[in-house]
Structure formats: structure tokens, C-alpha cells
Write a protein that binds this ligand. Structure first.
Ligand code: GLN
Ligand code: ZN
Length: 767
């Protein structure tokens, strides 16, 4: 019979237990031992769930205290020297300092994991990086899992992907220089696992699904030639795309199997069937690890029939990737309509789906009730009246080129806007949100429980808005925001008010560290029944004579950060979202708001892993943003915001968005990102983030002056804005005020310095 396994289960817990324990630990409320107990409890529960679902393996090593990449670095012993930590004796407190920074050191860089909204901690390496061994936690977790009495399959980030994603601060450093040392350490880990009775080890190499340079492909061969000698069976894990072009390579290596993502890239099945050797197994990732829709079990079983006949026991059934990208369990959803619920499967339900597919291949009749139930749910969804809105479909089909085009080019708009807004050189602003204080969260919770009436809640939010506007005026910021007090989340807030969306009660997914997001579901045609933000923004503007920026979430981000329909192209859903945001933008303009920011922090993560797929993505994603933002007149200034992205490859498309101003996260990469903007000669205005909002550390004025000076080397001062990296909702007021006060001072220092030659194309740093 086909064997069953998973590549990872959500670490956070059904009630976000891990998050709350981490945060309690950071606040000093619980000690390390207590935190360890919470982690062990979660791992045991998740292992048991796999055993109870009848999976052949229990997955271990998928737990991480903050992030699997950081944990891998800790296991390898590859920690940046600047922290002065010994990896072998690393405490959890130190581990968290690497991720979050401390009083003397900024955190390690963080960026998005392939095309997901999960952020990993980027390994920081250099010519001197050693792999002298690190924490023992991983082996302890393996031991715990073994106690469950099932074969345990550890999963680790593979050496090529770890190294490929690593970054060095030494310019021109060739990461592959470290490969031999790195492999010695991986070999030691695999040998230790073997000595502990482990048979199979999964090494995840999603880099194989990307445009891997040829020297890296060669490095992959060399690496697995070496690791194949370690005595454990190696399963190479690939996901998020097709790895078919590496099938011959894998088949030539001493590895015993490969996991492939058949949800994202079903077409690769035949290539692998033909390529793999008789002694290699194939793990078929057939249950969607990235989306929440119930699987068509009968169709999957049918597709795998021949493969099962060919591979027999060597066929494994699995979710397409780690289940960490979907919520834990539908059991937490008491409010979701029964109809929609019957269309869904979260991580827990997906375990049963994996088992059902394996059973269906072995004994179709025995699995028939499960297959029938899935088919019935799918049929009901396909014909549901909740899904279709003909008005929306007609309007979407009628979108034309003019709707995606501002009236005049940037050079014209810039002039008109300058006259209207009368802003100083290098205007200061923030990205939108201010601290979501305990009192804001309590008010929201009380309102949700029904303990606070709608009008009282509105009143509370107005008080918060007024407070943030007063605060910003006092600090001397130039373009104000209302502060987003009323927004629990930038996507969910809109989802709650748009038709075609459903929000969950407990559908949390880890975004980074202790941060979780609750992506809404888009199940039907999207329609905006009435204005969403206009009252709140109009109220905020009424409190000040300074320009106040309206704040919207962009269509691509709404799409990207939701669980989307799988019954129509993403492009179509994006366009429906764009029309809703376009209407909102126009309503803001009508209400007298002169600046509207349309946030697109998820724009970059939607880019397909391979270049050959990106042209199509850029076309519809850029169009969606332009449809959302181009209805307004020239004088209305459109901002957009992006963060935690590698921008280099996407600059032409970012320019094509034609936003008047883009604010971007840059401080963690020491403004390197700006070089890309400079080289590309990005035409419109830019606000490079001058301080990291993920750290409680208050940036000093001088630090920010230096960063802005650095920015002035590549971007003309006349097109620069000064702002933090991202929204401030996770920060406290005291540090926010201190940081913004310093930021405003920094802008003032530079304003004087550069005022004279602000219109030069590039101002020399020494000016
Ligand atoms: N306007 C949002 C905020 O400030 C943007 C958040 C984001 O980029 N993720 O919170
Ligand atoms: Zn951001």
C-alpha cells in the first residue's frame, strides 16, 4: 500500500498556544522551562494527530521556536559572530535575540519564504562562517516523536536551499565557497540521526523549483553525492512549483526518493515517473498545503492509479508542502456558515484526506464513503448561488485600457500635486498604522462579544484616531495618517465588508515568529456594497489642516493574503478586487482626501518562482493595481507601500504601477535595496524606510541621517520621502514617539543640508 506522511504541521497550535507562550516569555512572565513545556505539548499533540489519522510516518523537526531557517542555522552552528553567541550552548533567549535584535545588535534579516507570506530569518554568512555544531534541540524533538511508537521521519532544510538563501555582508562573496564545510556538518547530523534509529530523512530543497544557476545545480549533485553515503535514506523535498527539470539529476544521485508538488505543478508527474530509478520512491504531494478547499479525492485517486501500479509501496501520499501554510482545524470555526465549512479542509482535515487517498488506491470500495462525501461537497460548491454575481462579472469583463491609465504622466502630476500639497523637501510620513494598544484590542473584543454597542465602539475608534492625529501634529510629521485603530488586520478589515469573502474565527497561520495572520477566504465574486473607509478618513482629516493620507489595501495584497478561489483564474479575482478598491479610492477623493495610499506589501511575493511564469503575473497584477488607482484626477497623490522583498527583479513592474510615491522597507538591508532603485533610475518618488519597526530599539537621529544621506547618493533629494519601514501597529507608543521624533529631526537636518540643490539629479553625499 502507498505510504503516507506530511512535510510539516502548523507549529503555532489550534489556539495559538506557541504565540502566547513566546510573548509571555519575552515579557518575562514565564521562564524557559515553561516555554519548553508548551512546545513539547504542541509537538506531542501534533504527532498524535498524525498517528491517529493513520499516517505511516510521524513528521519531526518541523517545529521551530521562531523559524525553521533560524533553527537550521542554530543546528549547524552558523550564527553571525556579531552576537557573540556560542551555538552549542545557545539559550532560547539568545535564539530569540538573533530573530528580534537586542540592545546592541539589530536582528538578522527577514524575508519572505518563496512565494508565501511566511517570513524566514535569512542566514548571515561570510568567509569565516564555521559549522562547528550547534543546539541539540532537534535531536530531543526526534526522541520525543519516536516515543509515539511510529516511524519518525525528520524534516530539515536541505544544504543547497539553506546556502542559496543565505546572505553575506562581504560584497562579492561566493556562498558556494562554504559548501564543503557545510556538508561535513550535514553529514554529521545525518549520522547522528542514523545512530538514533532514523531510517528516512527529508531534506527540503524548494530551491530546485526556482531558476537555479548551473553552478548551484552542480553543487546540488555534489552535495547529495556526499550525503548519500551517510546511511540514512534521503527524501529530497520540493514544493511550490515544478522540479521536473531536475528529475534526471535527482535520478542520478544516491538519494532514495523525491517529494514533488502535484498541486502547483501536476504536469511534472510523468517526467518523474519516467526518470526515477527502480529503487527510488516518489512522494506525491496531492493535497493542497497552500489552500483550504476540500480536495477532490476521487479525481486524485484516479490520477494516481497508474503511478500506484508502477510504484506500489514506493508511492507515498502527502500534502503538496508543509501544512504550516493553512490553519490548524475546522473545529475552531463555530460561526462560519455550514455551507462554506463543508467546502473546506484545514491542516487537521487534510491529514484525513491524505489517508483517504492512500486507502482509495489500495481499496477503492473501502474509501468510497469518503470519496463520495468529498464529491458531494465539491458539486454543491460548484453550483452554489453564493458564488456567482452576474453584475460583477459583467463589469469585470468591461474593464478597458483607459481604466488602467492615470490622466497625465508622472512629471505633470508631480507639478500639480506639489502646488496643491505644498510639502517640504523630504516630507515625513508613516506607513499607516499606530500602536494597537491593549485598550484598542479590548474595545474590539468587547464589541465582538456584544458588550460594546456599535456607536460606542465607533466613538472609541474616533478617540484613538484623534489621539494619533494630535500626536502626529505634535511630532511635526508632514503627511498624517488616521492610524488604523479600527483595523484588526489590513486584509480582514476589507474582507469583512466586501461580498464574496468569508472570515474565519480561528483560521490563524504563522506569518513570522509569534505573528499570525488570519487570511479570509474568497469564495465568490467580489463586490463592494458601500464605502468602507471614507467616514473614518474624513473624520481624521477634519481634525487637521495637514494632508491626511487615506489608507487602502491593494487588490494584489487582498488576493495574495487570502485563501483564494480555485475555480477561476487569480487574474479574474484580482480584477474584481481592483474594481472594489477603485470605487473606494474615488469615494475618498470625493470626500476631499488628497492623498491615498494603496498598500501592496504582497505584490512581490506573488511573483512565480520561475522567470518564465512571471510575465503573465506582472501583466495582471500591475493592471489590477492600475485599475484600482487610476480613476482619480492628477492632483490626487497615489502612494503605495511594499516591504520585506527583494525588489531587484521586479523593478520594471513596480515602476509600471505608476504610483506617485512608493514607500519601501530598506533598513534591515542597510539601504542596499535602494541601489537597485538607483540603478534602474526609478522615475517616481520613493520613501525608503529609515528604521526597522520590528525591533523595540529606538533609532538615533544620526543613524537615520546617515541612512538618508546614503539614499541621496542614488535618489534625487527632491524625490525622497522619509518614513519608517512599515506600519507601527506592533510597537508601543513610548518607543514609537521617540523613534518618530528622531526621524522628524533627521529629516530637518537633511532638509537644511540639501535644500540648496534639491533639484539636481543626484546630490553628492558630501554636499
Ligand atoms: N498600512 C499598513 C500598516 O501600516 C501596511 C502594513 C504592511 O505593509 N504590512 O499597518
Ligand atoms: Zn509594510
Amino acid at each position: 500500500m502507498a505510504r503516507t506522511h506530511i512535510s510539516g504541521f502548523p507549529r503555532i497550535g489550534a489556539q495559538r498556544e506557541l504565540k502566547f507562550a513566546q510573548e509571555a516569555f519575552w515579557r518575562g512572565e514565564i521562564d524557559e522551562a515553561r516555554l519548553h513545556d508548551v512546545g513539547a505539548g504542541l509537538r506531542a499533540r501534533h504527532g498524535l494527530m498524525q498517528r491517529e489519522a493513520g499516517l505511516d510516518f510521524v513528521c519531526a523537526g518541523d517545529f521551530a521556536w521562531y523559524d525553521p531557517m533560524l533553527s537550521m542555522s542554530a543546528l549547524l552552528g552558523a550564527l553571525p559572530e556579531r552576537f557573540g553567541f556560542d551555538a552549542r550552548t545557545l539559550t532560547l533567549a539568545q535564539y530569540f535575540e538573533l530573530a528580534r535584535g537586542n540592545a546592541s545588535q539589530p536582528a538578522l534579516e527577514m524575508t519572505k519564504w518563496f512565494d508565501t507570506n511566511y517570513h524566514y530569518i535569512v542566514p548571515e554568512i561570510g568567509p569565516d562562517t564555521r559549522f562547528d555544531g550547534g543546539v541539540e534541540w532537534f535531536y530531543e524533538e526526534i526522541g520525543e516523536a519516536q516515543a509515539l511508537g511510529r516511524p519518525v521521519k525528520p524534516v530539515l532544510i536541505g544544504p543547497i536551499t539553506w546556502l542559496w538563501l543565505a546572505r553575506s555582508r562581504t560584497p562579492g562573496f561566493d556562498r558556494l565557497f562554504l559548501l564543503p564545510r557545510l556538508l561535513v556538518r550535514y553529514a554529521r547530523i545525518l549520522e547522528t540521526l542514523k545512530a538514533r534509529g532514523i531510517d528516512w530523512v527529508q531534506l527540503d530543497e524548494p530551491a530546485l523549483c526556482c531558476d537555479l544557476e548551473e553552478d548551484w545545480a552542480a553543487a546540488f549533485s555534489a552535495a547529495y553525492e556526499a550525503l548519500g553515503e551517510c546511511g540514512v535514506k534521503l527524501l529530497v523535498g520540493t514544493y511550490f512549483g515544478s522540479a521536473a527539470q531536475r528529475a534526471a539529476l535527482v535520478a542520478a544521485l544516491p538519494v532514495q526518493g523525491v517529494h514533488i508538488d502535484l498541486v502547483r505543478a501536476p504536469e511534472q508527474l510523468d517526467v518523474w515517473r519516467a526518470a526515477l530509478r527502480d529503487d527510488q520512491m516518489l512522494s506525491a504531494g496531492v493535497i493542497d498545503g497552500r489552500n483550504v478547499w476540500r480536495a477532490d479525492l476521487a479525481a486524485i485517486a484516479d490520477t494516481l492509479q497508474d503511478t500506484h501500479a508502477q510504484f506500489g509501496e514506493r508511492l507515498w501520499i502527502a500534502p503538496s508542502c508543509s501544512l504550516a501554510h493553512v490553519p490548524v482545524s475546522l473545529a475552531g470555526e463555530r460561526k462560519l456558515s455550514a455551507q462554506i465549512k463543508s467546502w473546506l479542509a484545514f491542516a487537521t482535515e487534510k491529514l484525513a484526506e491524505v489517508s483517504a487517498v492512500a486507502l482509495a488506491l489500495e481499496d477503492r470500495a473501502a474509501a468510497q464513503p469518503q470519496l463520495d462525501a468529498a464529491s458531494a461537497a465539491l458539486a454543491a460548491r460548484a453550483t452554489s448561488a453564493a458564488v456567482v454575481n452576474t453584475l460583477v462579472q459583467k463589469r469585470t469583463a468591461a474593464v478597458d485600457a483607459a481604466m488602467a491609465q492615470r490622466k497625465s504622466p508622472f512629471a505633470v502630476r508631480e507639478r500639480v500635486q506639489r502646488d496643491a500639497l505644498r510639502l517640504p523637501l523630504m516630507p515625513t510620513t508613516t506607513i499607516g498604522s499606530f500602536p494597537q494598544t491593549v485598550s484598542i484590542r479590548e474595545a474590539r473584543a468587547a464589541y465582538r462579544r456584544g458588550d460594546l454597542r456599535a456607536l460606542d465602539y465607533l466613538e472609541r475608534m474616533r478617540e484613538e484616531t484623534a489621539r494619533s492625529v494630535r500626536q502626529q501634529e505634535a511630532l511635526g510629521l508632514d503627511v498624517l495618517v488616521h492610524g488604523e485603530a479600527e483595523r484588526n488586520d489590513m486584509v480582514e478589515y476589507f474582507a469583512e465588508q466586501l461580498w464574496g469573502f468569508a472570515v474565519t474565527e480561528n483560521g490563524w497561520v504563522q506569518s513570522y515568529g509569534s505573528r499570525c495572520v488570519k487570511p479570509p477566504l474568497i469564495y465568490g465574486d467580489v463586490y463592494r456594497p458601500e464605502p468602507i473607509t471614507v467616514e473614518a478618513i474624513r473624520y481624521a482629516q477634519s481634525l487637521t489642516t495637514r494632508p491626511l493620507k487615506g489608507m487602502l489595501t491593494g487588490p494584489v495584497t487582498l488576493l495574495q493574503w487570502s485563501f483564494v478561489r480555485d475555480d477561476q483564474p487569480r487574474a479574474t479575482t484580482a480584477l474584481q478586487l481592483a474594481l472594489a478598491i477603485r470605487d473606494e479610492t474615488l469615494d475618498l477623493e470625493k470626500a476631499g482626501i488628497g492623498i491615498v495610499q494603496i498598500d501592496e506589501p504582497a505584490f512581490r511575493e506573488g511573483v512565480p518562482l520561475r522567470r518564465d511564469g512571471s510575465a503573465a503575473y506582472f501583466e495582471w497584477a500591475v493592471r489590477a493595481f492600475r485599475v484600482a488607482s487610476s480613476g482619480v484626477s492628477d492632483v490626487t497623490q497615489i502612494h503605495t507601500h511594499m516591504c520585506y522583498s527583494e525588489f531587484n527583479a521586479v523593478l520594471p513592474s513596480i515602476a509600471a504601477l505608476d504610483a506617485d510615491v512608493i514607500t519601501i522597507e530598506t533598513s534591515r538591508s542597510v539601504m542596499e535595496l535602494l541601489d537597485a532603485f538607483g540603478d534602474f533610475e526609478y522615475p517616481n518618488a520613493i520613501g525608503p524606510g529609515v528604521y526597522d519597526i520590528h525591533s523595540p530599539r529606538v533609532p538615533q537621529t544620526d543613524d537615520m541621517v546617515r541612512l538618508i544621506e546614503r539614499a541621496c547618493e542614488t535618489i534625487p533629494a527632491a524625490r525622497l520621502w522619509v518614513n519608517p519601514d512599515c506600519g507601527l501597529k506592533t510597537r508601543a507608543w513610548a518607543e514609537t514617539e521617540a523613534a518618530l521624533r528622531n526621524m522628524v529631526s533627521a529629516a530637518r537636518v537633511l532638509r537644511e543640508r540639501y535644500a540648496a540643490n534639491a533639484n539636481d539629479t543626484v546630490v553628492p553625499a558630501a554636499a
